[in-house]
Design a protein around this ligand. Structure first.
Ligand SMILES: C[S@@+](CC[C@H](N)C(=O)[O-])C[C@H]1O[C@@H](n2cnc3c(N)ncnc32)[C@H](O)[C@@H]1O
Length: 200
């Protein structure tokens, strides 16, 4: 029976362009950890189109089961059950061996301390040469790339001061500190980017 499933229109809009990039980036068979999976729409879309990959969804304990309905309904054999993963906590134990990491629209929701923890954790679990792909809106030299991103940033900071669009300079510096070298910065629709770091 069809269950009520959480739905994000943004995921429907961005899943095809993101898939196009992930298809180029994750060519080899392997297991991909998704951080902050949300509804599960991305997980199902990417796993169904990239059958050489195994997808490991995860999210903050508060949201870890949100993706369950999409994943169960998909009946795909290459998605593991979603796991609870708060990037701030512990040593991310209980994960299978990970070959790559993907995360969408998380860096502006997390506090900067969580973004730092995410980079440290990703670097710990990635093998040398493994990729970390981070999708979302970003600013450059503290300048937003569009009026709408500027408004979005203001609305985030008004809702909660710890949230906000992250600046590339800070992320590149954080990557360098944690052994992740920025390799690509793809322009994506709707003023978003797909940033790709390689574990050195
Ligand atoms: C805006 S949603 C993005 C969901 C999905 N990736 C998407 O693109 O629609 C932000 C996600 O980040 C997750 N998140 C926030 N803080 C987190 C943390 N400390 N550890 C793991 N995930 C976190 C939230 O639970 C939420 O699922």
């Amino acid at each position: 029976m069809q269950k009520d499933k959480p739905f994000s229109q943004a995921c429907e809009n961005n899943k095809a362009p993101i898939l196009e990039k992930l298809t180029e980036l994750f060519k080899q068979p392997g297991t991909i950890l998704e951080i902050g999976t949300g509804t599960g729409q991305h997980a199902v879309h990417f796993a169904s189109h990239l059958p050489h990959l195994v997808w490991q969804p995860s999210d903050h304990p508060q949201n870890a089961q949100l993706a369950r309905a999409w994943i169960d309904d998909s009946e795909l054999g290459n998605i593991y059950s979603p796991i609870a993963l708060n990037v701030l906590e512990g040593n991310w134990s209980g994960l299978p061996a990970i070959d790559g990491v993907f995360s969408a629209n998380t860096a502006h929701i997390m506090a900067w301390q969580e973004v730092e923890a995410m980079f440290h954790g990703v670097s710990r679990i990635l093998p040398v040469n493994g990729l970390f792909c981070l999708y979302g809106p970003f600013s450059y030299g503290s300048r937003h790339t569009s009026e709408s991103n500027s408004r979005f940033d203001l609305s985030l900071r008004t809702q909660a001061p710890h949230m906000g669009i992250r600046d590339m300079e800070d992320l590149v510096a954080l990557g360098a500190e944690t052994g992740l070298a920025l390799e690509d910065d793809f322009e994506m629709p709707a003023n978003n980017r797909l940033l790709v770091w390689r574990k050195s």
